[in-house]
Design a protein around this ligand. Sequence first.
Ligand code: NAP
Length: 314
Amino acid sequence: MAIPMVIFNNGNKFPILGLGTLAANSDDCKNAVRAALDAGYRHFDTAYAYGNEADIGEVLQEYMNAGKLTRSDFFVTTKLWLTYHQPDRVLECLDLSLSKLKLEYVDLFLMHTPCAFEDTGNGFFPIRDDGTPAFLNIPPEETWKGMERAVTDGKAKNIGVSNFSCGQIERICKIATIKPVTNQVECHAYFNQGDLQSFCKKRGIILTSYGSLGSPGRPDMFKKDSDPVLMEDALIKKLAKKYKKSAGQILLRNLTQRNIMVIPKSTNPDRIKQNMQVFDFTLTGCEMKQIEGIDTNNRIFFNQHFVGHPEAPY
Ligand SMILES: NC(=O)c1ccc[n+]([C@@H]2O[C@H](COP(=O)([O-])OP(=O)(O)OC[C@H]3O[C@@H](n4cnc5c(N)ncnc54)[C@H](OP(=O)(O)O)[C@@H]3O)[C@@H](O)[C@H]2O)c1
C-alpha cells in the first residue's frame, strides 16, 4: 500500500511516514535505507548532526544509478545544526549537508532547535574555555531569514522548525515571508502534544512526531529508570491484539490518524517493513479517545544542554 501524503500550507505534498535515522551510521544506516527503499519508503529524516548524511546519499545515488529511483521519487529532510544560526551561515551548513547527501536540494530543511550556540570547536553542544555553555542569543526570527534563502536559492523545497514552542512558532509566523510547513517535536501517546498541535494547525503547520514509539534506543543522556515503556502499555497491547498488529503499529496509526507525520527509526529490515504497514486499518473514534487518555505529559527528550539558554523551548 502506498504511503499517504500530507499537504503542506504551500500546496506541496509530502509522505506522512518516513524513516528516522538518528544513531544509525555506516553500514547499519546504508542497509536500513536500502531495506526501506525496497519496502516502499520514500522519505528519509536525517540531520547535519547525525553524521550519516553521506551514508544516505550514497544509497540514494546507488538506486538512482541503477535506474530504480529518480530524484523526484523521494524526499529527504535534513536539519540546520545549532552552531550555524547566523543568517549568513545557514546556507553554509545546508551546502555541507547537500554535498554529503550528493543532492542539489533537500525536500525539507528544518531548524533543528531554536537555541543557537557559538562554534567554539569544543564539543557537540559547544562550551567556552571556562567550561560554560557557549550560548548565543540569536533570535530564531533572524535565523529564519537564512532559512528562507534556502528556498529562494532552490536548495530546499520546504522549510520548517523543530523543538519550537508555541511562542517561538508565533514569532516566526509574524515575520515570515515563507511560512514553516512543520514543527518536528517529541510526540507520542504518553506525550501527545495536543495543545501544540491545535496551535500549529490554526497556523497551517503540521506536526512531525519523533520518538513515536517511545524511542527505546534513545541516547543515554535521555534515559531515566522511571520512564514507562510505551510499547508495553496495556491499552496499546490490547489494541494490537484486536487488530493483529504490533504495539508499534498501533502507536504509528494513532499519530497518522491525527494527521501527524511520523519518522520511526529502525535498522532492522523486518521492523522497517512492519512500521509502514499501518494504513490498512483504522482505529475507531472511541479508541483514539482512549489513547488520548493515556497521555502523562511525560517528556523523555529533555535536553539538559539547553537549560539556561535564552531560547530554551521548555
Ligand atoms: N528533531 C529532533 O530533535 C529529533 C530528536 C530525536 C529523533 N529525531 C528523529 O526522529 C526519529 C525517530 O525517533 P527515535 O529514533 O528517537 O525514536 P522511535 O522511532 O520512537 O524509536 C526507535 C527505536 O525503536 C526501535 N523500533 C523501531 N521499530 C520498532 C518496532 N516496530 N517494534 C519495536 N521496536 C522498534 C528501534 O530499534 P531497531 O533499530 O533495532 O529496530 C529504535 O531503537 C529519529 O531517528 C530521528 O530521525 C529527531
